[in-house]
Design a protein around this ligand. Structure first.
Ligand SMILES: NC(=O)c1ccc[n+]([C@@H]2O[C@H](COP(=O)([O-])OP(=O)(O)OC[C@H]3O[C@@H](n4cnc5c(N)ncnc54)[C@H](O)[C@@H]3O)[C@@H](O)[C@H]2O)c1
Length: 380
């Protein structure tokens, strides 16, 4: 396995939502050592946080420019090898680009950028850098999602004929009806979030998931988004019809005003022979449906699961694993890629998935703005 990979983190401070997930996930398989970063726009806060974590403050910096300048002065065996970008969306592109241009491997939160054009630039930058780039569509790390993908690919459900992904949350409901709150949340500010809130934040997970588990590329979409108030510039709900290659059709339903919902993300794929259903709030159960048969429940860690599914399970069956483990599996795959060990392409989402996600977000908004018309997605 060799030495631990030296990890830096941007954002993800004590005041953040996602930081703890990345810190725990990176520690899970003993492949990474968090050495520093810039956790907060204020250096004092970053230092305070590093002290709280019990790590040295030698590699804690005011901002990314100083981080790059100082890290490049260090001998290679001390320098950060990979940097995770966990800041609000509008910072992802510039940070990722600078890191790639200076030879770092990158793990980037979704949405990867704020525009599709930026995503395309980043793809070109990566070609020159030739480093590893992962986008954390977290849910693709779940063992039963990986199993679902393998079963669809093996033809266990026959020819795919219907795809349905739903991602319902309710957290914006108390915010959206309060004028002051809706004007001060970064996710509802196009300058910080990009052109979309709901589709960009969670619809993009559903889109990536559909392509990941079904193995089908989405070719065109028709979106009907909801903004609720005229002064609100960002969608907070949407229904998106999708058409994939081979005449496969389906729907993405995403909402952040589904009152009372927590993180109700589900994916269903129906084929000629059988159907498969999975729900994020009960991630260790994968349901197999067949005509005239009792429903079967597949669970992680059993020998009937595929190698990539079993690789993502650490404990014997019956010990529930969750979102931390799912992200941990993505970090494990990235570690293998950085160390040039063999890995399965399904182990982590790449810049291609990140760019497709950005294309999807832009086209969803375009479809809605043009009066709910069908629009085509780029092929690559
Ligand atoms: N993969 C997932 O399932 C998932 C879930 C939640 C959030 N996210 C993504 O993670 C990112 C962060 O989301 P969050 O909910 O943690 O946001 P947040 O607002 O809770 O936290 C953002 C963090 O970034 C820090 N920050 C802001 N500007 C900075 C700068 N210039 N330099 C250094 N640090 C800076 C803040 O201090 C804070 O610690 C977003 O892009 C979001 O879409 C992904």
């Amino acid at each position: 396995m060799g030495k631990k990979i030296r990890l830096g983190i941007l954002g993800g401070g004590g005041d953040s939502l996602i930081g703890v997930l990345h810190r725990v996930a990176s520690a899970m398989h003993d492949r990474y050592e968090l050495v520093g970063g810039s956790f907060n726009p204020l250096l004092d806060e970053s230092i305070k946080f590093a002290n709280q974590l019990g790590i040295s403050t030698d590699q804690v910096y005011t901002n990314l420019d100083i981080l790059i300048e100082e890290e490049l002065k260090l001998p290679k065996e001390k320098r950060m090898e990979v940097v995770s970008i966990l800041t609000p969306n509008f910072l992802h592109f510039s940070m990722a680009k600078k890191l790639l241009e200076n030879g770092f491997n990158v793990i980037c939160e979704k949405p990867m950028t704020t525009t599709y054009d930026e995503a395309k630039i980043l793809k070109e930058t990566l070609k020159m850098a030739n480093t590893v780039f992962a986008v954390t569509y977290t849910y693709t790390g779940y063992p039963m999602i990986r199993q679902m993908r393998e079963m669809v690919a093996n033809g266990d459900i026959g020819k795919v004929q219907k795809i349905d992904a739903q991602y319902y949350q309710g957290w914006i409901n108390p915010i959206i009806h309060d004028k002051e709150k809706r004007s001060s949340t970064w996710r509802l500010d196009p300058e910080k979030s990009g052109i979309s809130c709901c589709v960009g934040d969670i619809g993009t997970h559903a889109f990536d998931m559909i392509e990941y588990v079904s193995g089908h590329r989405v070719e065109s979409i028709l979106a009907d988004l909801n903004y609720l108030y005229e002064d609100n510039r960002m969608d907070i709900d949407g229904t998106i019809l999708i058409r994939c290659e081979n005449q496969v059709k389906g729907v993405i339903r995403a909402s952040q005003i589904a009152t009372g919902e927590e993180n109700n993300f589900t994916v269903q794929i129906y084929g000629q022979k059988a159907g498969l259903k999975w729900a994020q709030e009960n991630p260790n159960h994968l349901y197999l449906l067949e005509d005239g048969q009792p429903m079967k429940v597949l669970k992680p860690g059993h020998s009937y699961n595929s190698d990539i599914s079993l690789d993502g399970t650490k404990l014997p069956p019956g010990h529930p694993e969750g979102i931390f483990d799912s992200m941990g599996n993505i970090y494990k795959g990235v570690a293998r890629a950085i160390r040039k060990e063999p890995y399965d392409p399904g182990e982590f989402p790449t810049i291609i998935d990140g760019a497709r996600g950005m294309g999807f977000i832009e086209k969803a908004v375009e479809s809605h703005q043009k009066g709910n018309v069908w629009v085509e997605l780029d092929k690559d």
